[in-house]
Design a protein around this ligand. Structure first.
Ligand SMILES: C[S@@+](CC[C@H](N)C(=O)[O-])C[C@H]1O[C@@H](n2cnc3c(N)ncnc32)[C@H](O)[C@@H]1O
Length: 222
Protein backbone atom coordinates (compact mmCIF):
# COMPACT_ATOMS: atom_id res chain seq x y z
CA UNK A 1 0.00 0.00 0.00
CA UNK A 2 1.39 3.41 -0.84
CA UNK A 3 2.13 5.70 2.08
CA UNK A 4 0.31 9.01 1.82
CA UNK A 5 2.15 10.93 4.49
CA UNK A 6 5.73 12.24 4.63
CA UNK A 7 8.11 9.58 5.94
CA UNK A 8 11.66 8.31 5.87
CA UNK A 9 15.07 9.72 6.68
CA UNK A 10 16.22 13.11 5.47
CA UNK A 11 19.80 12.84 4.19
CA UNK A 12 22.31 15.59 3.51
CA UNK A 13 25.13 15.56 1.01
CA UNK A 14 27.72 18.02 -0.30
CA UNK A 15 27.05 21.60 -1.22
CA UNK A 16 28.20 24.28 -3.63
CA UNK A 17 26.98 27.88 -3.57
CA UNK A 18 23.70 26.85 -1.96
CA UNK A 19 23.61 24.76 1.16
CA UNK A 20 21.06 22.20 2.30
CA UNK A 21 21.23 23.64 5.81
CA UNK A 22 20.28 27.13 4.60
CA UNK A 23 17.71 25.87 2.08
CA UNK A 24 15.98 23.95 4.83
CA UNK A 25 15.51 27.17 6.82
CA UNK A 26 14.44 29.17 3.75
CA UNK A 27 11.90 26.62 2.49
CA UNK A 28 10.40 26.29 5.96
CA UNK A 29 9.77 30.06 5.68
CA UNK A 30 8.45 29.83 2.09
CA UNK A 31 6.10 26.92 2.81
CA UNK A 32 3.10 28.90 4.19
CA UNK A 33 3.07 31.38 1.27
CA UNK A 34 4.59 29.27 -1.51
CA UNK A 35 1.33 28.30 -3.23
CA UNK A 36 0.34 31.94 -3.56
CA UNK A 37 3.71 32.82 -5.10
CA UNK A 38 3.74 30.10 -7.70
CA UNK A 39 0.00 29.97 -8.37
CA UNK A 40 0.32 32.62 -11.08
CA UNK A 41 -0.92 31.74 -14.56
CA UNK A 42 2.47 31.56 -16.38
CA UNK A 43 3.73 29.00 -13.88
CA UNK A 44 0.57 26.91 -14.02
CA UNK A 45 0.68 26.94 -17.84
CA UNK A 46 4.36 25.95 -17.78
CA UNK A 47 3.63 23.04 -15.45
CA UNK A 48 0.83 21.81 -17.71
CA UNK A 49 3.19 22.01 -20.70
CA UNK A 50 5.87 20.12 -18.80
CA UNK A 51 3.46 17.34 -17.86
CA UNK A 52 2.13 17.15 -21.43
CA UNK A 53 5.69 16.62 -22.66
CA UNK A 54 5.94 13.53 -20.48
CA UNK A 55 3.14 11.87 -22.45
CA UNK A 56 2.19 9.80 -19.40
CA UNK A 57 0.46 6.43 -19.74
CA UNK A 58 -1.71 4.53 -17.29
CA UNK A 59 0.36 2.92 -14.52
CA UNK A 60 3.50 4.90 -15.33
CA UNK A 61 5.59 5.33 -12.19
CA UNK A 62 6.51 9.01 -11.96
CA UNK A 63 9.10 10.61 -9.68
CA UNK A 64 8.78 14.29 -8.72
CA UNK A 65 12.10 15.51 -7.36
CA UNK A 66 11.72 18.44 -4.95
CA UNK A 67 7.93 18.06 -5.00
CA UNK A 68 7.57 21.10 -2.72
CA UNK A 69 3.97 21.88 -1.82
CA UNK A 70 2.78 19.59 -4.61
CA UNK A 71 1.76 22.14 -7.25
CA UNK A 72 2.16 19.46 -9.94
CA UNK A 73 0.00 16.87 -8.16
CA UNK A 74 -3.49 18.05 -9.27
CA UNK A 75 -2.30 18.25 -12.91
CA UNK A 76 -1.22 14.62 -13.21
CA UNK A 77 -3.29 11.84 -14.81
CA UNK A 78 -5.18 10.03 -12.06
CA UNK A 79 -4.10 6.57 -13.22
CA UNK A 80 -0.37 7.16 -12.73
CA UNK A 81 1.67 6.21 -9.68
CA UNK A 82 3.44 9.23 -8.19
CA UNK A 83 6.36 9.43 -5.79
CA UNK A 84 7.18 12.94 -4.58
CA UNK A 85 10.45 13.59 -2.77
CA UNK A 86 11.48 16.68 -0.82
CA UNK A 87 13.77 17.27 2.13
CA UNK A 88 11.62 20.02 3.65
CA UNK A 89 8.95 18.62 5.91
CA UNK A 90 7.21 22.02 5.89
CA UNK A 91 6.93 21.91 2.07
CA UNK A 92 5.85 18.25 2.21
CA UNK A 93 3.04 19.17 4.56
CA UNK A 94 1.72 21.46 1.83
CA UNK A 95 1.92 18.56 -0.64
CA UNK A 96 0.16 16.26 1.82
CA UNK A 97 -2.69 18.79 1.88
CA UNK A 98 -3.22 18.18 -1.85
CA UNK A 99 -3.45 14.41 -1.72
CA UNK A 100 -7.21 14.54 -2.18
CA UNK A 101 -6.70 16.11 -5.63
CA UNK A 102 -3.62 14.03 -6.52
CA UNK A 103 -3.58 10.62 -8.22
CA UNK A 104 -4.76 8.00 -5.71
CA UNK A 105 -1.41 6.25 -5.74
CA UNK A 106 0.67 9.17 -4.51
CA UNK A 107 3.46 8.71 -2.03
CA UNK A 108 5.40 11.56 -0.37
CA UNK A 109 8.86 10.87 0.96
CA UNK A 110 11.26 13.07 2.92
CA UNK A 111 14.64 12.55 1.27
CA UNK A 112 17.56 14.35 -0.32
CA UNK A 113 17.38 14.90 -4.08
CA UNK A 114 21.13 14.22 -4.25
CA UNK A 115 20.82 10.81 -2.64
CA UNK A 116 17.54 9.26 -3.76
CA UNK A 117 16.34 6.29 -1.71
CA UNK A 118 15.23 4.21 -4.74
CA UNK A 119 16.48 1.23 -6.67
CA UNK A 120 18.09 1.67 -10.10
CA UNK A 121 15.69 1.97 -13.07
CA UNK A 122 12.56 2.21 -10.96
CA UNK A 123 10.73 5.13 -12.67
CA UNK A 124 9.17 5.62 -16.11
CA UNK A 125 9.16 9.42 -15.94
CA UNK A 126 10.68 12.17 -13.82
CA UNK A 127 9.58 15.76 -13.14
CA UNK A 128 12.28 18.26 -12.20
CA UNK A 129 10.35 21.51 -11.82
CA UNK A 130 12.20 24.37 -10.09
CA UNK A 131 14.64 22.05 -8.34
CA UNK A 132 17.89 22.13 -10.35
CA UNK A 133 18.36 25.82 -9.53
CA UNK A 134 17.84 25.09 -5.84
CA UNK A 135 19.51 21.82 -4.91
CA UNK A 136 23.14 22.47 -3.86
CA UNK A 137 24.64 20.08 -6.42
CA UNK A 138 22.44 19.88 -9.51
CA UNK A 139 24.79 17.45 -11.26
CA UNK A 140 24.63 14.94 -8.43
CA UNK A 141 20.85 15.28 -8.48
CA UNK A 142 20.78 14.58 -12.23
CA UNK A 143 23.11 11.59 -11.78
CA UNK A 144 20.66 10.20 -9.26
CA UNK A 145 17.75 10.83 -11.64
CA UNK A 146 19.68 9.01 -14.36
CA UNK A 147 20.25 6.06 -12.02
CA UNK A 148 16.70 5.67 -10.73
CA UNK A 149 14.97 6.15 -14.11
CA UNK A 150 14.76 3.32 -16.60
CA UNK A 151 16.48 3.71 -19.99
CA UNK A 152 13.98 5.45 -22.26
CA UNK A 153 12.33 7.25 -19.34
CA UNK A 154 10.90 10.69 -20.10
CA UNK A 155 12.43 13.42 -17.95
CA UNK A 156 11.21 17.01 -17.95
CA UNK A 157 12.74 20.15 -16.46
CA UNK A 158 11.00 23.49 -15.96
CA UNK A 159 13.45 26.00 -14.49
CA UNK A 160 15.55 29.10 -15.05
CA UNK A 161 19.06 28.72 -16.47
CA UNK A 162 21.79 30.95 -17.74
CA UNK A 163 21.85 31.08 -21.54
CA UNK A 164 25.35 32.56 -21.86
CA UNK A 165 28.70 31.02 -20.97
CA UNK A 166 29.33 33.39 -18.06
CA UNK A 167 26.80 35.52 -16.18
CA UNK A 168 26.81 39.28 -16.79
CA UNK A 169 27.76 41.39 -13.77
CA UNK A 170 24.17 42.39 -12.97
CA UNK A 171 23.19 38.75 -12.88
CA UNK A 172 26.08 37.89 -10.60
CA UNK A 173 25.02 40.68 -8.26
CA UNK A 174 21.36 39.65 -8.37
CA UNK A 175 22.37 36.07 -7.62
CA UNK A 176 23.81 37.09 -4.26
CA UNK A 177 20.27 38.04 -3.31
CA UNK A 178 18.36 35.18 -4.96
CA UNK A 179 20.66 32.63 -3.30
CA UNK A 180 19.72 34.08 0.05
CA UNK A 181 16.13 33.22 -0.87
CA UNK A 182 17.09 29.69 -1.89
CA UNK A 183 17.60 29.79 -5.66
CA UNK A 184 20.55 30.22 -8.03
CA UNK A 185 19.89 32.09 -11.28
CA UNK A 186 23.31 31.44 -12.83
CA UNK A 187 23.36 27.71 -13.51
CA UNK A 188 23.83 26.27 -16.99
CA UNK A 189 21.92 23.15 -17.89
CA UNK A 190 24.71 21.92 -20.22
CA UNK A 191 27.21 22.13 -17.35
CA UNK A 192 24.87 20.35 -14.95
CA UNK A 193 24.33 17.50 -17.43
CA UNK A 194 28.03 16.66 -17.84
CA UNK A 195 28.80 13.11 -16.78
CA UNK A 196 25.21 12.33 -15.81
CA UNK A 197 24.37 10.02 -18.72
CA UNK A 198 21.49 12.31 -19.69
CA UNK A 199 21.10 14.53 -22.77
CA UNK A 200 18.76 17.27 -23.96
CA UNK A 201 16.23 16.21 -26.60
CA UNK A 202 14.31 19.47 -26.72
CA UNK A 203 14.50 22.90 -25.16
CA UNK A 204 12.12 25.84 -25.51
CA UNK A 205 11.36 29.13 -23.81
CA UNK A 206 8.66 28.96 -21.18
CA UNK A 207 7.25 31.31 -18.52
CA UNK A 208 8.04 35.02 -18.27
CA UNK A 209 9.21 35.63 -21.84
CA UNK A 210 11.65 32.78 -21.81
CA UNK A 211 13.29 33.59 -18.48
CA UNK A 212 12.29 30.00 -17.68
CA UNK A 213 12.92 27.04 -19.98
CA UNK A 214 11.12 23.81 -20.64
CA UNK A 215 13.62 21.04 -21.30
CA UNK A 216 13.14 17.37 -22.16
CA UNK A 217 15.89 14.94 -21.19
CA UNK A 218 16.59 11.31 -22.04
CA UNK A 219 19.30 8.81 -21.26
CA UNK A 220 22.24 9.23 -23.63
CA UNK A 221 21.85 5.61 -24.67
CA UNK A 222 18.29 6.16 -25.95
C1 LIG B 1 11.47 26.21 -5.66
S1 LIG B 1 10.83 24.87 -4.79
C2 LIG B 1 10.06 23.94 -6.11
C3 LIG B 1 8.98 23.02 -5.61
C4 LIG B 1 8.19 22.30 -6.70
N1 LIG B 1 9.04 21.45 -7.50
C5 LIG B 1 7.48 23.27 -7.59
O1 LIG B 1 7.65 23.18 -8.81
O2 LIG B 1 6.75 24.11 -7.07
C6 LIG B 1 12.28 23.90 -4.48
C7 LIG B 1 12.01 22.70 -3.62
O3 LIG B 1 13.19 21.92 -3.56
C8 LIG B 1 13.32 21.42 -2.25
N2 LIG B 1 14.74 21.07 -2.04
C9 LIG B 1 15.81 21.90 -1.98
N3 LIG B 1 16.94 21.20 -1.80
C10 LIG B 1 16.57 19.90 -1.73
C11 LIG B 1 17.29 18.69 -1.53
N4 LIG B 1 18.61 18.67 -1.36
N5 LIG B 1 16.59 17.53 -1.52
C12 LIG B 1 15.25 17.52 -1.67
N6 LIG B 1 14.51 18.64 -1.86
C13 LIG B 1 15.17 19.81 -1.89
C14 LIG B 1 12.84 22.55 -1.36
O4 LIG B 1 12.50 22.08 -0.08
C15 LIG B 1 11.65 23.05 -2.18
O5 LIG B 1 10.48 22.37 -1.81
Amino acid sequence: MPTRTPQGPVGTTGDSNLKNSWNRVIYACWAPVYDRLIGVRPFVRARRNAIELLNLHADDRVLIVGVGTGADLPLLPTDTEIVGVDFSRAMLRGAAGKLDVAPVQTQLIAADAMSLPFRDRSFDAVILNLILSVVPDGRTCLREVSRVSRPGARIVVFDKFLNTRTPPIWRRAANLLTRLFGTDINRRIDALLQGTGLRIVSERPSAFRGAYLLIELRHESC
